[in-house]
Design a protein around this ligand. Structure first.
Ligand code: NI
Length: 178
């Protein structure tokens, strides 16, 4: 199961709005999700969107297990999400560090809604409808942004809080890439 090269910021394919998935449970979709899982796992990411491996479809995966390197990181259930719709459940936004596999080596402080509802389906067409908050909500917003051609640096409001992970976090574990 091949690990796919992840497109990096500057590639115009990362700036496109992805197409909706129309057919579920197909071998092609299965293969895509396997590739995405393998790639996310190999690169130790918290999430990955199909456009990041050059596939123009509304597919994201994400999930965070308990990790001793990030004792304060909230657990996020492993999720395959297609054709997502996000509805913020609050006007409140919170700044938090983010990284992205398409922006390697960098971290930035990004404002995100603290609570939201997300709807969509899994790869078999089974409906997903969850209301979440905190880090789970942040990861969902980051991944779904990829489907709209938005990378996290485009959301940064204070560029003094954007830089190289090894400088910003000198020696300490930097926040995970998404
Ligand atoms: Ni990302």
């Amino acid at each position: 199961m091949p690990i796919k090269p992840v497109l990096r910021m500057g590639d115009p394919r990362l700036l496109e709005v992805a197409r909706k998935v129309e057919e579920f449970g197909t071998p092609l979709l299965e293969a895509l999700i396997r590739d995405m899982q393998d790639t996310m796992e190999a690169l130790d990411g918290a999430g990955l969107a199909a456009p990041q491996i050059g596939v123009d479809l509304q597919v994201v995966i994400f999930g965070v297990k308990r990790n001793p390197r990030y004792p304060e990181a909230e657990e996020v259930p492993y999720t395959v999400l297609l054709n997502p719709i996000i509805t913020p459940l609050t006007k409140r936004m919170e700044q938090g560090w983010e990284g992205c596999l398409s922006v390697p080596g960098m971290r930035g402080m990004v404002p995100r809604f603290t609570r939201l509802r997300y709807q969509g389906s899994d790869q078999y067409g089974k409906a997903i409808d969850r209301s979440v908050e905190g880090f789970h909500a942040r990861v969902v917003q980051h991944e779904c942004d990829h489907l709209q051609g938005v990378l996290y640096p485009m959301r940064i409001t204070d560029f003094r809080m954007f830089g190289f992970a090894d400088v910003l976090f000198s020696g300490q574990a930097a926040p995970m890439d998404e």
